[in-house]
Design a protein around this ligand. Structure first.
Ligand code: GTR
Length: 420
C-alpha cells in the first residue's frame, strides 16, 4: 500500500455569528406565498447585486441556520489528506481510482473517506462529488476499498445488524457509476455520509458527539444532521481543490433524497461548488415547505419522522408553514449565479416535482440581479424525459424514487453545458 501525505494548509476559522434578533416561530408574521429572495425581512427591496451579496444573502444564510438546519459549524483550522491506495489502471485503464482519508481534527474526530476516480489523460477534470448511503465499498469491487465500521442503513447489500461487510463489495454499480462518468471525461468522488454523522437520532456519536451537540436539542438552533452532512461535503471539497487532477473551478455536488437536501445546502453554503444537483430531494431540500401538492411530504410529517435532520425550531413550523421567514426558493437563491439542477421521477410525488419547479421559478429574481444569459429558467415544467438545461434546470424521468445511471446521463449532460 502506497501512503502519500498531502498537507492542505491551514484554513481560517470562519464561524457564523448569529447576531440577528430572531423571534420564536409562532411570533413570526404569516406569509402565505414563498418569501421573495430580493426583499429583506424589513421590507427593503434589493435591486443590485452588491446589496444582494452584502445584505440579503447573509440575512438568508442566518435565517436558514436559525430556523431550519442549525448552526453552520466553523471551518476546521487544519485539514490533511492521506491517499490510502491508488490504482492508476482502474476501469480497464480508463481511470485512476483512489481512496483518500481526510482528517480535520484530533485523531478521535470523524474522518471523511473519499473514494474517487479521475479520467486518465483528461485531467484536470471537472468533478461530481457527494455523500452516499451505502459505503464506498459498494461502488467498486476493489478489495482495498475501506469497509466502514460505522452504523449503516439496514437493507443495503451486505449489511447485517447495521454493519457493512465484504458481502456488499461492488454490489451497487449504478448509484455512483464511476465508469459512466469517466467515459464522459469527468471525475467522481463520494464518501459515506454516516462516517460524519450516522442517521440515527438516539445515539450521541459522529460530529454531534465531537462538537457536543446534544441529541435532545436543548438549543432549538443546534446544528442538525443535514447540516453536518453538508459540512462533510465541504471537507471533501477542501481536499478536491488541492488535487492536481481536479479542476477546482468545476466541482458539482450531487446527492439523492435526504442527501439531495444535503447537496442543496452544501451548495448554498460553499461558493467553491460550481453546480448544485439535488436529486429527488423533496421536503427540506428543493421542495417548498409551503407545498400545494397534497401528495408531497409536508413539514409536519418530516419533522416527526426525522426529528434530527433539522434543528428544533423547524419542527415548530409544522403547524403553520406560512410563518417561515423563507422558503426553499431562498436557499436556491443563495446559490446564485451558479447553476442548480433539480432532477425528479414522475411516480415520486412525495418529493414534490411540481413544487420544486415552483421553487426554481421563485428563486430566479436573485439570479436576475446578475448579468446572465436569458432565460434563466424554463417558462413551464418540461415534459417527462426532457431536460430543461437552463441555469436553473429541471428534469423529470418516468419511474420511482432512486438514483441510477439514467439520472447520471442527465447530470452529465447538464455538466457538459455548465462545466465544460
Ligand atoms: C423518506 C423521507 C424523504 C426522503 C427519503 C430518503 O422517508 O420522507 O424526505 O428524504 O426518505 O432520504 O430516502
Amino acid at each position: 500500500m502506497r501512503l502519500l501525505l498531502v498537507p492542505l494548509g491551514v484554513l481560517a476559522v470562519t464561524a457564523f455569528a448569529l447576531t440577528a434578533d430572531f423571534p420564536p416561530p409562532n411570533k413570526l408574521p404569516s406569509q402565505p406565498e414563498m418569501p421573495s429572495p430580493v426583499v429583506m425581512r424589513d421590507g427593503t427591496k434589493i435591486t443590485t447585486k452588491a446589496d444582494w451579496e452584502a445584505k440579503r444573502r447573509p440575512e438568508l444564510k442566518e435565517l436558514f441556520q436559525h430556523y431550519m438546519y442549525g448552526k453552520f459549524p466553523a471551518k476546521p483550522e487544519k485539514v490533511t489528506a492521506k491517499v490510502l491506495f491508488e490504482d492508476a489502471k482502474a476501469f480497464g485503464g480508463k481511470g485512476t481510482l483512489r481512496e483518500v482519508e481526510i482528517t480535520f481534527g484530533p485523531p478521535e474526530w470523524p474522518k471523511i473517506y473519499l473514494l474517487m476516480a479521475v479520467p486518465n489523460g483528461k485531467t484536470p477534470a471537472a468533478c461530481f462529488v457527494g455523500p452516499n448511503f451505502e459505503g464506498n465499498h459498494a461502488f467498486v469491487a476493489d478489495e482495498r476499498v475501506r469497509i466502514t465500521p460505522d452504523w449503516c442503513y439496514a437493507g443495503r447489500p451486505g449489511v447485517k445488524d447495521n454493519k457493512a461487510s465484504a458481502a456488499g463489495r461492488g454490489k451497487v454499480l449504478d448509484v455512483w457509476p464511476f465508469e459512466q462518468a469517466l467515459d464522459k471525461g469527468y471525475a467522481v468522488a463520494t464518501f459515506y455520509s454516516g462516517d460524519i454523522q450516522p442517521d440515527r437520532p438516539e445515539v450521541q456519536e459522529g460530529m454531534r458527539k465531537t462538537l457536543g451537540v446534544a441529541a435532545g436539542k436543548k438549543d432549538p438552533a443546534e446544528t442538525a444532521t443535514v447540516m453536518f452532512w453538508a459540512w462533510g461535503v465541504h471537507r471533501a471539497v477542501d481536499y478536491l481543490v488541492t488535487d492536481k487532477d481536479i479542476d477546482a473551478k468545476k466541482i458539482a455536488v450531487v446527492g439523492h433524497s435526504r442527501l439531495g437536501k444535503t447537496a442543496l445546502l452544501a451548495g448554498a453554503f460553499d461558493d467553491r461548488i460550481a453546480v448544485v444537483i439535488p436529486h429527488q430531494s423533496g421536503c427540506g431540500g428543493a421542495g417548498p415547505s409551503r407545498s400545494k401538492n397534497d401528495k408531497a411530504e409536508p413539514v409536519s410529517r418530516i419533522t416527526k419522522a426525522f426529528p434530527h435532520w433539522f434543528c428544533g425550531n423547524f419542527a415548530e413550523f409544522g403547524a403553520d408553514t406560512s410563518k417561515l421567514p423563507f422558503d426553499q426558493n431562498d436557499l436556491v437563491a443563495i446559490c446564485a449565479p451558479r447553476p442548480v439542477l433539480m432532477t425528479n421521477a414522475e411516480e415520486d410525488q412525495w418529493a414534490n416535482p411540481s413544487g420544486q419547479f415552483d421553487v426554481l421559478k421563485a428563486a430566479a429574481p436573485a439570479y436576475e440581479l446578475y448579468d446572465l444569459a436569458k432565460p434563466i429558467v424554463a417558462d413551464k415544467m418540461p415534459e417527462t424525459g426532457k431536460l430543461a438545461s437552463e441555469r436553473l434546470g429541471f428534469f423529470q424521468r418516468p419511474g420511482k424514487h432512486s438514483m441510477n445511471s439514467d439520472d447520471w446521463k442527465v447530470f452529465l449532460e447538464f455538466g457538459d453545458k455548465w462545466l465544460k
